[in-house]
Design a binder for this molecule. Structure first.
Ligand code: ZN
Length: 205
């Protein structure tokens, strides 16, 4: 059973290229075949923004990554892939619209990080069926990013959070949006573990 919820082809293409950069082409072939998605070894999703790549398949690729590399190993690999995906994606999807300063707020600083995280969230909500929101917390330089419909853990179950791809993507986003400061992202709760949403804390190191 597929979810009927989709990422655009181009986003998945970048995510898979990023994962390949981390684990190599041989590793990807193994992951594709163990995920019943062997066709991806022949051709990645096309270079268009059609919403055609099912979240169930996207999550399955990361579940296979976990089964091959273990929880800890797969987490760091998925985080790296998430970071690269953000960097590659930003150069392709409206760099200006996400990162340009809000009038009056200046180019950098925590406020601009929140504004830009919001733009990223809105962008992903628009181009895909993932659903996310972002808020600032009472703690300085700390944000909560909530994913209510999650492509990373769709149909997965795990005793620990598994959406490390998002952890990497959000860490890299906050770094870029702040002008180069290091943020770390931790998934506080995950739908794979029965939570109502996947909740990520992004904070300045
Ligand atoms: Zn998730």
């Amino acid at each position: 059973m597929k979810s009927g919820l989709f990422f655009p082809n181009h986003f998945v293409r970048i995510a898979l290229q990023s994962l390949e950069e981390v684990i190599g082409p041989g590793g990807m072939t193994t992951i594709y075949s163990h995920s019943s998605l062997a066709y991806l070894a022949e051709a990645l999703p096309p270079d268009d923004m059609n919403k055609q790549f099912d979240f169930t398949d996207f999550a399955a690729l990361f579940e296979t990554l976990q089964s091959i590399f273990g929880s800890r190993g797969s987490r760091s690999l998925a985080m790296r892939a998430g970071r690269i995906t953000f960097t590659r994606g930003l150069t392709i999807f409206g760099k200006g619209s996400i990162t340009e300063p809000q009038p009056g707020t200046g180019p950098l600083g925590p406020h601009s990080v929140l504004i830009r995280l919001n733009r990223l969230s809105n962008f992903l909500n628009t181009v895909s069926d993932q659903r996310s929101t972002v808020i600032a917390t009472d703690i300085p330089d700390t944000f909560i990013y909530t994913v209510q419909v999650c492509p990373n853990c769709m149909d997965r179950s795990s005793s620990e959070p598994v959406c490390a791809f998002y952890e990497g993507l959000l860490s890299e986003a906050a770094k870029t949006f702040s002008g180069g400061l290091e943020y770390s992202t931790r998934e506080l709760q995950c739908m794979a573990g029965g939570a109502e949403a996947c909740i990520f804390e992004i904070k300045l190191d």
